[in-house]
Design a protein around this ligand. Structure first.
Ligand SMILES: Cc1cc2nc3c(=O)[nH]c(=O)nc-3n(C[C@H](O)[C@H](O)[C@H](O)COP(=O)(O)OP(=O)(O)OC[C@H]3O[C@@H](n4cnc5c(N)ncnc54)[C@H](O)[C@@H]3O)c2cc1C
Length: 745
């Protein structure tokens, strides 16, 4: 008699994740103010916004009455006021990065153009919010708030004008054509300035009352550049220009405006001083833009995450129903599963889902980091102001704090009885040390999520569209997936396209403070891998090691001609390494969030029953994403490490693997030849002739043992990732969905 082995199927996902799950993953379960805001925003997104899209409002560039009505809906639902402090008429206390990220996510679930229309108002206000004088803040923020009952006023709308007609500002924000001059300066009175600025692609410009514009001095009596506030009633020309013929985000208004206005110097954002008859703005336009974008880019990143996650249900519904009707009856696999009988359909959707989750995890983590950073940044500003430290002196002081932060990390890594507890406590309670630590992470997370969520997200949206067949590229596609695909490309472009984020990352990711923390994160992944082998943490930890090794290597290494590899002009090296880092950061945060779900899900009675299946599914998604990230990182690192050496002439008899036998042996059998045996390799003479290398170091191996070993280990670490994908795919065939989406098509 044959023995039968009973295999118990592990529990899996029962229903699509709802708010309870998201609140734990993104760590706002205890923020009831945010729960309410999310609900209100969702009602707007899936109600009036979805109806506007379904009614074809995206089919025109013009700012129609129906689009304009949405502004009122945003006001009434609290979306507009979410940006303001309660003292300015808002309703959310404290930092609002997470709140705005959630808001962008909810609106973009249906249409990111509507999110842009709402958020561009905040963007227009942000220069004032981040660097304005207290008077400027109080005046302009309170006017942006919708009227309270009994108040008779219209809220002001705002726009942010940096980009200029070609050939001026775009990616290069320094090439300003917009100018500011002194128009009139009477003895003892405030100077009146003449501002000339043309904008290109300026959001909200069809109706904005106030514009914050970047301009450069064209007058010896004004120093440098600044951002300046322009009002529609200022004397001169406030021409909104023509509507941009864009193909995307049609529920926002975009124009190419022209301004030729006289304004008082008090409109310079952040104020100014006068020295020797010269107006010195407190902040250059570059300083303000940096402070603004580092926050607002996070919300843009989450727009694309929302699209990916919003695609899951429509794709499942489409696939399951694809073959219903005709001869096929209920109960048959063809009827019940439709296209979900095909493994590829399921696997691709697993990839989309894993990407959406990982990108949301990364984006929301960035938003939370900025929420922590905001108060610390205020402490930092006050600290420097009290000591009158500016420019180089401020830089030197902050560099000192950075060193102390390094010391804190080193002390924390030591065993308790081997470290100075008092010093540790002093460093831990120094807010400027805390600021340095967080700032170095924020400086990476912000460009990372903007770059990866939107850039890779746009590629993955194409995958989602392809799963809907021909329907995917029609206006009728459920979930508006075709429009979302195109919209994702704008999210990858505005507020600085991918090149800008890669440029920034190529600098911030080499900060020693960030790298020290990154090293700790590798150790964390290894620990997680030991406790929870099915999460992909092992693969990811090794991929993180490989990336770090490669970064350190290229900072010293040269190419075949002796030129430095890590150099700002060498974007072929720096940019792919920046991309690779993003893959790692997203997969890491996803694993951390899934662990959070496992830890805290049981406390929520609504989740308790389905929790084992839910977390199994999430860990499988994590594993899939970690493996994909590891593959990407392995490819990028291998190309960079090996790709800048000249390839020797290939000789089948003597060289297969480009590594010499002695060194291969030292790799504990990790690197076999093509047929599994270790091979000798050949060197190349100056004439290009191959010659066997018998003695001395192998020129092509060049001390890369550690790299080769890590590469091989990485492959080994992929164990189980496809089993995880199979399980996740299987779950997609049984997970319960709604009968129809909760917004119209
Ligand atoms: C619908 C929409 C709304 C917008 N809203 C606003 C707004 O409200 N306010 C505002 O000020 N702007 C706005 N913009 C402008 C947007 O921010 C810019 O289009 C964007 O920053 C890119 O500038 P650019 O189009 O001039 O591209 P370019 O500067 O011409 O760059 C084009 C491409 O060249 C490459 N490239 C350029 N420089 C580099 C480099 N140094 N290294 C490597 N590669 C490089 C990159 O691939 C880049 O994507 C909006 C744009 C659109 C389309």
């Amino acid at each position: 008699m044959e023995a039968t082995v009973e295999t118990k199927t592990p529990p899996t996902l029962q229903t699509l994740p709802g708010d309870d799950v998201r609140q734990i993953l993104w760590r706002f379960a205890d923020r009831y103010d945010l729960h309410m805001m999310v609900q209100a925003t969702r009602a707007v997104a899936r109600g009036p916004v979805a109806r506007a899209v379904a009614n074809g409002e995206r089919n025109t560039h013009d700012w129609t009455p129906a689009k304009n009505d949405l502004l009122k809906v945003f006001d009434d639902s609290g979306i507009t006021a979410a940006f303001m402090d309660p003292s300015e008429g808002g309703y959310i206390e404290g930092p609002k990065n997470l709140a705005l990220a959630l808001l962008a996510f909810e609106l973009s679930w249906v249409d990111a153009g509507s999110a842009t229309a709402s958020l561009a108002g905040n963007l227009g206000l942000s220069p004032i919010h981040e660097r304005g004088t207290p008077e400027q803040r109080a005046y302009y923020m309170s006017r942006a708030v919708p009227p309270k009952p009994g108040e008779n006023r219209v809220p002001w709308r705002y726009a942010f004008a940096l980009t200029e007609p070609l050939p001026f500002v775009g990616v290069e924000t320094g090439m300003l054509a917009g100018k500011v001059r002194v128009a009139e300066w009477k003895e003892g009175q405030e100077p009146i300035l003449q501002v000339d600025k043309r904008g290109r692609f300026i959001t909200n410009m069809g109706y904005a009352n106030v514009v914050t514009a970047a301009v450069e001095s064209a007058d010896a009596r004004i120093e440098g550049s600044c951002m300046i506030i322009l009002e529609e009633t200022d004397p001169g020309i406030f021409d909104r220009g023509t509507a941009t013929k864009k193909l995307v985000h049609q529920l926002s208004s975009t124009h190419d405006p022209v301004f030729n206005l006289r304004v008082p110097a008090s409109r310079i954002i952040g104020g100014y001083t006068v020295k020797d008859g010269v107006i010195i703005p407190k902040y250059s336009h570059g300083e303000i833009i940096e402070a603004v974008f580092r926050r607002t880019r996070v919300t843009v990143a989450l727009m694309t995450s929302a699209k990916l996650l919003s695609a899951i249900e429509p794709v499942i519904l489409y696939a399951r129903r694809r073959f219903r009707g005709g001869e096929v009856g209920p109960g048959s696999p063809r009827y019940e599963l439709g296209l979900q009988q095909k493994e590829d359909v399921l696997h691709r959707l697993v990839d989309i889902w894993a990407t959406g989750e990982a990108s949301a995890s990364l984006g929301f983590e960035a938003a939370r980091v900025f929420d922590q950073l905001d108060p610390l940044e205020k402490v930092e500003n006050t600290y420097l102001a009290e000591r009158k430290l500016t420019g180089r002196a401020a830089f030197k002081e902050l560099a000192k704090k950075q060193q102390e932060a390094m010391e804190l990390l080193a002390l924390s890594a030591k065993l308790e009885n081997h470290r100075d507890a008092q010093r540790l406590l002093a460093l831990q309670s120094d807010p400027l040390v805390q600021f340095s630590l967080l700032d170095s992470v924020a400086n990476v997370l912000c460009p990372a999520c903007k770059l990866w969520n939107t850039g890779h997200g746009a590629n993955m949206m194409r995958e989602a569209v392809s799963l809907m067949g021909g329907y995917g590229v029609t206006e009728d596609c459920p979930g508006f997936l075709g429009q979302k695909w195109m919209d994702a490309q704008l999210e990858a472009t505005y507020e600085g396209p991918e090149a800008v984020q890669r440029l920034q990352l190529s600098i911030t990711m080499t900060n020693e403070l960030f790298l020290s923390q990154f090293t700790n994160w590798i150790a964390d992944m290894k620990r997680i891998a030991a406790e929870r082998p099915g999460t992909g943490a092992c693969t990811l930890g090794t991929a993180m090691q490989l990336w770090l090794w490669t970064l350190q290597h290229v900072q010293q290494a040269t190419d075949a001609d002796g030129a430095k590899l890590y150099h700002k002009k060498r974007q072929g090296v720096t940019f792919p390494l920046a991309d690779a880092l993003c893959w790692l950061l997203a997969a890491r945060q996803f694993i951390l969030d899934a662990i959070e779900l496992k830890k805290n899900g049981a406390a929520n009675p609504a989740l308790a029953e389905g929790l084992p299946g839910l977390t199994n599914f999430y860990f499988d998604l994590c594993h899939v994403q970690a493996a994909r990230a590891a593959g990407e990182v392995g490819r990028v690192c291998a190309e960079i490490v090996n790709g800048y050496k000249r390839h020797p002439a290939w000789d089948e008899a003597s060289c297969h693997a480009c590594y010499c036998a002695e060194e291969l042996e030292s790799l504990e059998g990790f690197i076999p030849g093509i047929d599994g045996s270790a091979r000798t390799c050949s060197d190349v003479s100056e004439t290009g002739e191959a010659r066997p290398l018998k003695a001395g170091p192998c020129v092509r191996f060049d001390g890369l043992e550690a790299f080769v070993r890590l590469r091989a280990k990485l492959d080994g670490c992929l164990t189980g990732c496809r089993l995880a994908k199979d399980r996740a795919a299987e779950a997609l065939t049984t997970v319960m969905t709604r009968e129809a989406l909760d917004y119209p098509a």
